[in-house]
Design a protein around this ligand. Sequence first.
Ligand SMILES: [Zn+2]
Length: 119
Amino acid sequence: MNKKVKICFAVIAVIFILSSAASFFVLRSREHRSGSRREVLILLDNKVIYRIDLDSEHDRTFRIDCGNGRNDVTIENGQIRISDADCPDQTCVKTGELRNLLPIVCLPHKLVIRFADEE
Ligand SMILES: [Zn+2]
C-alpha cells in the first residue's frame, strides 16, 4: 500500500513537471514571436544606433546624421520608412516601408534599417 502511494505521488509529480514545463515553453515561444517580431534596429556603419519597438512607437519623423549625409526616418501607423535622404541614388527612399525580409539600405550613408529577429 505504501509503495503504491509513493508511485502514485511520483506519477502526479512527473505529470505536474511535464505540464508546467510545456506551458512554460508555449508561453515563452509565444512571447518571443510577438515580442521581437516588431522590433526594428537602425544600424549606421554596422553599429546599432537605434532600437525601436514599432508596436509602442508614436508617429514621428527624426533625422539621422550619417556623417556624409542625412536620412529622415518616418514612423507612421506602426510602419517605418526613410521619407527623405540626400544620397545620390535615393534607393532607401524608394524602398518604402520596411517589409519582413527586405531591409532598408542606404549604401552611400552605410545606413541599414531591419527587424531585430533576423540577427
Ligand atoms: Zn539612400
